[in-house]
Write a protein that binds this ligand. Structure first.
Ligand code: B12
Length: 436
């Protein structure tokens, strides 16, 4: 029995596929899913770096898709269906719009795959495949992921290791909240360490700690950090900016090998944060908090969205100054998008503010809702202007190499400069950069 797992790549500029020579960060889903069905042959295609083998002899085509890459997932599914293959879909987007996804495949797994994927395979083998599987887990635990499926590929220096799944916050635009509500499950520290040890054995010295908010359970985090520290590895992750206010945790994070954290700052308008149910973050404190984190030796990258109700053309333009002033080494922006299934989508629908229902346009780079203080077109233009302003050569140099502590870590900042120039290249081609 053979399974062919495809992680699709997004389209850009109409029907061109985002392709890269190397996928620096990879997801964990294929390695986990393969470990759940050890009796099956499991082949992985990461479409950003691999070509889809439409002639595969696999029995099941399992397709995953993140964000707007779901459009490509659907096209792949259609192609395999034409060839008479059994196609199943899973991952965030299929889970948020299962009925839509089901139109193009035989079965959809909603949410966690730990219980449902082996069940789905069993049902397939007994000729009893169900259209939908929705079997949420109560405990986050799984066998050792089959990392070997990823290491042969052109990936970066990091392998993914998961600590928690879900998030205790409830931001209205967020897919994680939408899928998991406020459920936040953590893996046993021993299990997390088992995986880190495995990737060390495989020759990796760095890992991407997957957790939507690693700062939300401090005792758990401290226990985990103590164990990570012993392994002498480097890691990066993401969490809420409030970590800045806990000196002891920041120190432990740094000493355990953390090189950088990514923060969903979203906006420099407090009104915008409040409108997204993210009033727990305080814009006035952002500068000071970023400084504290940087001073603790941890590099700061940011994720922000434009187009929420507190945003004006002026505030979007000022966002560029904020990023340069704070010397954010890796900044990323998206247009706030009402992803179907999220609270924000329902709000926009109710207020009659969706201006484009064509899911193919929901890629976070053009407005599909009517913002409060500008037109959709103005928002799209302001978004690209923001990216261009933050990625001028001057701004890139200021944020990376022209800084007081450059001589302390020259190689690191030159590397960040290189990433920024790659982003600049992508932006000039109309591609929104994500972590390369
Ligand atoms: C690593 C990662 C990446 C990497 C790797 C991508 C890749 N191609 O492999 C990079 C950085 C490149 C990336 C890019 C993007 N990402 Co990303 N990414 C993640 C991240 C941080 C971890 C994913 C992961 O491994 N999770 C752990 C695994 C175990 O969980 P899982 O993927 O959900 O899988 C489980 C189930 O969903 C299920 N499952 C998953 N797939 C399938 C498939 C089948 C067939 C079945 C049966 C089951 C199944 O089984 C797994 C075990 O239970 C998540 C955040 C998160 N919370 O997951 C965001 C996340 C998935 N990304 C997201 C987005 C939006 C993107 C981008 C579109 C961003 C952009 N605008 O450019 C791009 C798309 C790139 C692409 N090629 O598709 C969103 C998705 C939201 C949504 N509604 O779809 C997330 C949730 C972040 C967020 N909070 O918004 N991403």
């Amino acid at each position: 029995m053979k399974i062919y797992f495809i992680q699709s790549t997004p389209y850009y500029g109409g029907n061109k596929l985002v392709k890269k020579k190397r996928l620096y960060f990879v997801g964990l889903a294929p390695a986990i899913l393969a470990s759940l069905v050890p009796h099956c042959e499991f082949e992985v295609c990461l479409e950003t770096i691999d070509e889809v083998d439409f002639k595969t002899d696999a029995d099941i085509i399992a397709i995953s898709g993140m964000g707007h890459a779901i459009i490509r997932s659907i096209d792949i599914a259609k192609e395999f269906k034409k060839k008479g293959k059994t196609v199943v879909m899973g991952g965030y987007m299929a889970s948020l719009m299962p009925k839509e996804a089901k139109k193009y495949c035989d079965s959809v797994i909603i949410g966690d795959g730990e219980l449902s994927f082996p069940q789905m395979i069993k049902d397939y083998q007994s000729g009893n495949l169900k259209p939908f599987y929705n079997m949420p887990i109560k405990e986050l635990t799984y066998p050792l992921p089959k990392y070997e499926l990823l290491t042969k590929k052109k990936i970066g220096k990091f392998l993914p290791v998961q600590a928690g799944r879900g998030c205790p916050n409830s931001c209205s635009f967020c897919s994680v909240y939408c899928l998991y509500k406020n459920t936040y499950l953590k893996r046993d520290v021993k299990e997390v360490i088992r995986d880190i040890k495995r990737i060390k054995e495989l020759g990796y010295r760095k890992f991407l700690l997957l957790d939507d908010n690693i700062f939300s359970d401090i005792p758990y985090l401290m226990e985990l950090l103590e164990e990570i520290k012993k392994l002498k590895m480097k890691w990066i992750s993401q969490c809420s900016i409030s970590i800045a206010d806990n000196k002891e945790v920041l120190k432990a994070v740094y000493e355990s090998g953390c090189e950088g954290l990514s923060f969903g700052l979203e906006s420099i308008s407090q009104e915008s944060l409040n409108s997204m149910d993210k009033s727990w973050a305080n814009v006035k404190r952002y500068n000071e908090q970023i400084k504290k984190i940087t001073q603790a030796g941890i590099d700061v990258s940011t994720e922000m969205v434009v187009g929420s109700d507190g945003d004006t053309l002026l505030s979007i333009s000022k966002t560029a100054d904020f990023i340069v002033e704070n010397k954010i080494v890796i900044p990323r922006f998206y247009i706030l998008t009402p992803i179907p299934g999220t609270v924000f989508f329902e709000q926009m629908k109710e207020q009659n503010r969706i201006i484009n229902y064509e899911i193919y346009s929901y890629n976070g780079t053009s407005a599909v809702h009517k913002p409060l203080n500008m037109t959709g077109e103005e928002l799209t233009n302001a978004y690209w202007d923001l990216y261009k302003k933050v990625f001028t050569i001057n701004a890139i140099l200021k944020r990376t190499v022209l800084r007081k502590d450059f001589l302390k870590h020259p190689l690191k900042y030159i590397f960040y400069m290189y990433i920024n120039f790659f982003y600049r290249y992508q932006i000039n081609r109309g591609i929104t950069p994500n972590i390369i």
